[in-house]
Design a protein around this ligand. Structure first.
Ligand SMILES: NC(=O)c1ccc[n+]([C@@H]2O[C@H](COP(=O)([O-])OP(=O)(O)OC[C@H]3O[C@@H](n4cnc5c(N)ncnc54)[C@H](O)[C@@H]3O)[C@@H](O)[C@H]2O)c1
Length: 353
């Protein structure tokens, strides 16, 4: 078991997905980004499905070049049928034999890191996606691409919450373009392989997933807040603090992702997230104060050089498509999710970013 994750969360996910997951029995899956925040959950979930649910195990090969995996990702768990290969997916990957699912979750996801590695961010979403699509196409495997809610850019308020049909408002130049635009091209590649070759592709657009297992040096907002709380430092809120997000607890997110992987309609994109509350960063700090029942100081500061400014003002998903087509139903509300995350981070984080 990955020591950075919560056993109870892994069991919760397996309980919720155990019916549809029967389709995994006896199959083979390739998972990219297997040592990242989401990938590490997938490795544990597949192992737990094998031990608790499936008559015949699913065999999983997880790839990662460990570029942003951190110390958590570098500790590779030992599982019978879930194995790890160090590989950069911007290079082709040869696979002989059966392949039923390709889950392409490799990416450079944290704004701090895509500011540091803009070309690698672009390459993994474009060249990496193409290599993985070719592999899926050659094996007639189902293909799932982890895109992002960032493909919607900075939406006009009339389009919030965003439906999958919203075309977005994205800049092709600027500090976020390497991520937003390359994820858009990744989606276009999925569209091309689906319409031209008939590859069964799906695109997932996750909306701000958080939970135990996030690296302290991830620099996305919640690990950032949690680390500063642990270190007894005031929270840093960038910009004005009025920018809004919704937050999706990891168990709800992974259940949604697995429903897309198992049951997504070929060629379709799905928003996966928790639609409410849409909360500003200032209100998020106050909410945490209420949960911890103690005064939390915060400073509203300019964007640091290490973090890309130009961020979306509002972001919230419309998840009716996943609800209707996949019976996706988030269950963990914000207070409960924050409580689980903050108890975990208090035990694991050092307070020294
Ligand atoms: N977590 C979220 O809230 C969220 C939101 C939107 C989109 N996504 C997308 O979902 C995917 C997984 O997100 P995450 O939070 O686990 O990110 P993460 O950064 O924690 O993990 C991504 C993993 O991909 C690996 N990687 C990067 N480039 C690679 C390459 N060229 N070859 C092989 N491995 C490579 C990294 O080393 C890392 O372990 C990413 O594609 C991300 O863009 C995540």
């Amino acid at each position: 078991m990955d020591e950075f994750l919560l056993n109870s969360d892994i069991d919760e996910i397996v309980d919720r997905i155990s019916g549809p997951a029967q389709d995994f029995a006896g199959k083979t899956a390739l998972l990219t980004g297997g040592r990242g925040f989401l990938g590490r959950y997938f490795m544990e979930i597949f192992d737990r499905l094998n031990s608790r649910v499936l008559d015949k195990p699913i065999r999983v090969v997880a790839l990662d070049n460990l570029i942003t995996a951190g110390k958590e990702g570098a500790e590779i768990p030992k599982h019978d049928n879930v194995t790890f290969v160090r590989h950069d997916v911007t290079q082709p990957f040869a696979w002989q034999g059966r392949l039923d699912y390709v889950i392409h979750a490799a990416g450079i996801a944290s704004p701090f890191y895509y500011r540091a590695y803009p070309l690698e961010t672009l390459e993994v979403a474009v060249t990496g996606t193409r290599h993985m699509l070719e592999l899926a196409d050659g094996h007639k495997a189902r293909f799932t691409f982890f895109s992002s809610s960032e493909i919607y850019g900075d939406p006009d308020s009339r389009h919030v919450p965003m439906q999958e049909s919203y075309r977005g408002n994205v800049s092709c130049q600027g500090p976020r373009a390497c991520y937003d635009e390359s994820k858009r091209v990744g989606e276009t590649l999925c569209y091309i392989f689906h319409t031209k070759n008939g590859t069964a592709t799906n695109t997932i657009r996750p909306f701000n997933v958080y939970g135990p297992g996030m690296q302290e040096t991830d620099y996305r907002v919640l690990p950032n807040f949690a680390s500063r709380i642990k270190g007894g430092q005031p929270l840093h809120i960038y910009g004005g603090g009025n920018q809004t997000r919704t937050f999706c607890y990891i168990t709800d997110a992974i259940v949604g992702f697995l429903l897309v992987i198992l049951k997504g309609v070929a060629g379709e994109a799905y928003n996966i997230g928790t639609p409410t509350p849409e909360i500003s960063m200032l209100d998020l700090a106050r909410r945490i104060e209420g949960i911890l029942d103690k005064k939390i100081a915060y400073d509203v500061i300019e964007y640091p050089d290490s973090y890309p400014a130009d961020e979306p003002n509002r972001r919230a998903p419309d998840i009716r498509k996943a609800q209707l087509q996949l019976q996706y139903a988030p269950e963990v509300d914000l207070d409960e999710g924050l409580r689980r995350f903050l108890i975990w981070s208090d035990g694991v984080y050092t307070g020294e970013q």
